[in-house]
Design a binder for this molecule. Sequence first.
Ligand SMILES: *Cc1c(COP(=O)(O)O)cnc(C)c1O
Length: 347
Amino acid sequence: MKTVDLRSDTVTLPTEEMLEAMSGAPLGDDVFGEDPTINELQHIAAKLTGKDAALLVSSGTMGNLVCVLTHCRRGEEVVLGDKSHMFLNECGSMSSVGGVHPHTVFNQPDGTISLGDIEGAIRGVNDHWPRTRLVCLENTHNRCYGAPLTPEYMASVKDLAGQRSLKVHLDGARIFNAVVALDVDMKDLTKHVDSLSFCLSKGLSAPVGSVVCGSHEFIAEARRNRKLLGGGMRQAGIIAAPGIVALGRMVDRIADDHKNARRLAKGIAQIPGLSIDLSTVYTNIVYFDVDIKRITTDALKAMLDRKGIRALPTGPTRFRMVTHYGITEEDIDLTISVLNDVMKGVG
Ligand SMILES: *Cc1c(COP(=O)(O)O)cnc(C)c1O
């Protein structure tokens, strides 16, 4: 039976070209800075994002933590969205590892945080208060329907942060989805942040890795913090090689994922017992709700699993489906037809 795995864009497998690149990559010890393949990937990433330098890390979670540790000292505070991945899904690492205090503010449904809310969260000078050091944004926003943040919005946050002497970090795990959806140059987004991390292993389909980008000074310190976390890798050019292929070959095709997500959403909108707001389908992430008077989320998940369709329950009534490399239009049509059959059966 065919499986259509829509739980996440992290389930993608490396392409043939990536596997070949891995086996042929020139390698060296990266803790000495001597892996030519890693150095090439970092050079490409820095150029692409318009930053001085870049650093390969093992995951998006490590990338974000390395950046927080580099911007903030213990007892300092980060302003970030209450639905952000960094707050919800990274083990509270900024506080547990860094001693850094997260100050959450409301994420609007489109992934933005109102400037008023950011401003209201920035601390003044008072012996009782932590010192605010950093504002974090997420683009595209995972929990907020994969919504892309526009260059204009990012510029407005950067302006506000600058006036209050704060730095801005971007969790750009899916920044390429934003670039494709908004049809902008990467630098139009990245020029408004001091640091960012992006994932090679999501929509770009590489097997492992994320990249942190920033100034020369920032990356030098980030390298230290990566080492502190046990992330100093040796011949990790075997990870960087498919990352280079990902950046060169896998960006433009993301448009197909966005098309498939819309196709899927439109199909779901026609199915009695399922509900979706089509205006929330921005990129490759589709959230929909099930009428749990007809079928529970657990039961729906089990029935889909049995038919080879994999979706991720993310709330009492909610499912997430994510399109990615390897998912075709036919897979989408099969998914819609299975959902239709299942819901008819319980109607
Ligand atoms: C996936 C993800 C990350 C980190 O991912 P890892 O699984 O640690 O590589 C960070 N931020 C967002 C928004 C993500 O979706």
